[in-house]
Design a protein around this ligand. Structure first.
Ligand code: SF4
Length: 292
């Protein structure tokens, strides 16, 4: 059976960077904490915890004395808190610093750029429209950075949620994982309402590139395997995209979920993985599939 990996698959730049930064802290010997799971991948989160990087709900959940006790003498001044690729609000950053933890800021540079754009629009006096999923940590961060800069902010999921009664200047930023078409629809609706929005396109292409590569591959194979956390929305969406083109699509988290019988009669098998799936997980699944 031929096993073909999608041209773009697996950990995106920001996720890989966050993993590398967390590894560096752990290897440095100090206690490390992440505010929430570092990535949406249960196996990676369990591995990080086993190696000393514990996920906590908030900085208040960390007992400073216990954290400091775990520090290796002479290695570093303070236990570290790793900020996820989604970024955090300025208040959370202040709280981490205020309690004396070392900040390891793994905010994806694309997200930092979006935070800076939201704050800049607010400073320019714009009413800031954040296009994104309300309640998502990245969106909460964008909103907070704009508010800290003095802006009034509305979070909208699409053109239907644009509030009435807006007037210029209006600025628009997008959650990095938004679809380009949705941003265009929101900007179009604002223009139709007679506004002249200042648009900062802060969308990152990683998700779209993975979906397009997966759809292309899925259309030409007998079965698809999609690797990634079931709690990862980008992996779930990737599996949906594959299933549309290839009904024999399997979303798995690791190789031990695979059943050889499910691939009976397959000649060409496609493989892809979500943006929060590290290379070692893809490689182990690929190695297993090549034995079939
Ligand atoms: S999807 Fe894009 S913005 Fe999000 S972490 Fe990955 S590279 Fe960064």
């Amino acid at each position: 059976m031929e096993v073909i990996r999608a041209k773009r698959a697996g950990a995106c730049y920001g996720v890989q960077r966050a993993l590398d930064m967390a590894d560096e802290v752990i290897e440095g010997g100090n206690r490390a904490y992440t505010l929430g799971p570092l990535i949406h991948n249960p196996q990676v989160v369990a591995d990080l915890a086993a190696r000393g990087a514990e996920a906590v709900g908030s900085v208040d959940d960390i007992a400073w004395e216990a954290a400091a006790e775990g520090a290796v003498e002479g290695v570093s001044a303070a236990p570290a808190v790793v900020i996820r690729s989604h970024g955090v609000t300025p208040e959370v950053l202040d709280a981490v610093r205020g309690r004396g933890f070392a900040v390891v800021d793994a905010t994806c540079p694309h997200v930092s750029r979006a935070q800076a754009a939201a704050a800049e629009l607010a400073r320019e006096g714009c009413r800031v429209i954040v296009l994104g999923e309300a309640g998502h940590p990245e969106v909460e961060g964008l909103t907070a950075w704009a508010r800290q800069a003095g802006g009034k902010v509305d979070v909208v999921a699409g053109p239907d949620e644009i509030p009435a009664g807006l007037y210029d200047p209006v600025g628009v930023v997008a959650q990095t994982t938004q679809r380009r078409e949705n941003l265009e629809a929101v900007v179009g609706a604002l223009r139709e309402a007679g506004l002249d929005p200042i648009v900062r396109n802060t969308i990152c292409s990683a998700t779209r590139q993975r979906q397009e590569a997966a759809a292309e591959l899925a259309a030409g194979v007998d079965a698809m395997v999609v690797i990634g956390g079931r709690n990862s929305s980008n992996t779930t969406r990737l599996a949906e995209v594959c299933a549309d083109a290839c009904p024999r699509t399997f979303h798995i988290e690791s190789a031990d979920e695979l059943d050889a019988a499910a691939f009976a009669g397959c000649k060409r098998l496609g493989l892809t993985a979500g943006a929060s799936t590290p290379e070692n997980q893809i490689a182990s699944v690929e190695a297993f599939l090549r034995t079939l």
